[in-house]
Design a protein around this ligand. Structure first.
Ligand code: NAD
Length: 272
């Protein structure tokens, strides 16, 4: 460990992603765990964050005091809930540090608050922090641009573990946005989020979503482009949460010397 290591706070430290983040910070050069924040009333509060994440004691107890945790920190890694991320965005803006937001299911009003916070903080936000999915987004936009909407239907299928609380996934929406961008249309006006009962034939040009939930699936996504007599499928399968955690740490290091602003993983990976 060196003095120049970037000091990172993990919020939602007891969560599935929180634990993966603590492990990845521990094994990555150039970063160190500065503080770990848990939810008020959680059984994890006061326990050593490293022991909880299975990497041995790190001397960083889980706290419920974000103000104290953000003191002297350089970045916050946040995979929690929309309301929590909005609250942390205000604190990260006050502290003028890096805020990496992986939380999904955020509303348009939440997004406005993140944009406002980005006037002072360096915010990197993405519904998926993995290199593979961001590349898949670029390929999806290219495919959607190349194949005419009058003859090719786009459907996005995703499956996640049974504990996931939002649908469609942030990644499915990211891929839908990429498809809409490729076609030069607005996703909100073209998306079909559910189908049930007598729906009638599929309107041309729409972008459909299908959501599957079950077991322990970390995240599977397919973009299906269906034409007359042929089908193109672009897909990604996440086998391990560490891909998102590594992406979040890469994003924090990338944003360390950037100006305040709102950035995406495409900026971090040089794919924008
Ligand atoms: P989880 O429920 O396991 O973890 C969330 C944690 O946040 C919990 O431990 C909870 O106690 C904590 N939390 C909630 N409010 C808090 C508060 N006020 N202060 C401190 N901690 C608080 O969920 P998860 O599977 O880790 O996913 C978290 C989020 O990240 C979800 O929105 C999920 O969709 C998203 N996610 C994003 C990516 C990506 O690459 N962008 C990848 C995986 C998951």
């Amino acid at each position: 460990m060196s003095n120049s290591d970037m000091k990172l706070v993990v919020v939602g430290a007891a969560g599935r992603m929180g634990q993966a983040l603590i492990r990845v910070i521990h094994e990555t050069e150039g970063v160190k765990l500065h503080a770990a924040v848990g939810r008020e009333g959680s059984a994890f509060v006061g326990k050593d964050a490293g022991e909880l994440a299975g990497v041995g004691p790190l001397g960083v107890p889980v706290t419920t005091d974000p103000l104290q945790a953000f003191l002297d920190a350089e970045g916050v890694l946040d995979f929690t809930t929309p309301a929590t991320s909005v609250a942390f965005a205000g604190l990260a803006a006050q502290a003028r540090i890096v805020h990496v937001i992986g939380t999904t299911g955020c509303s348009a009003a939440d997004e406005e608050k993140f944009q406002a916070a980005a006037r002072h903080a360096r915010v990197v936000k993405s519904g998926n922090m993995s290199l593979g999915v961001n590349l898949l987004g670029v390929l999806t936009a290219q495919a959607a641009k190349a194949l005419p909407a009058s003859a090719w239907d786009i459907e996005i299928v995703e499956m996640h573990h049974k504990h996931k609380v939002d649908a469609p996934s942030g990644t499915a929406l990211l891929l839908g946005e990429a498809a809409a961008k490729g076609r030069g249309v607005d996703l909100a006006s073209q998306s079909v989020r559910v189908r049930d009962g007598h729906t009638g034939p599929r309107p041309a040009g729409t972008i459909g979503f299908a959501t599957l939930r079950g077991g322990s699936v970390v995240g599977d996504h397919s973009v299906i482009l269906a034409g007359e007599g042929e089908l193109v499928t672009l897909s990604h399968s996440a086998r391990d949460r560490s891909i998102f955690a590594r992406g979040a740490v890469t994003a924090a290091l990338w944003a360390r010397d950037k100006k305040p602003g709102f950035y995406s993983m495409l900026d971090v990976l040089g794919l924008s």
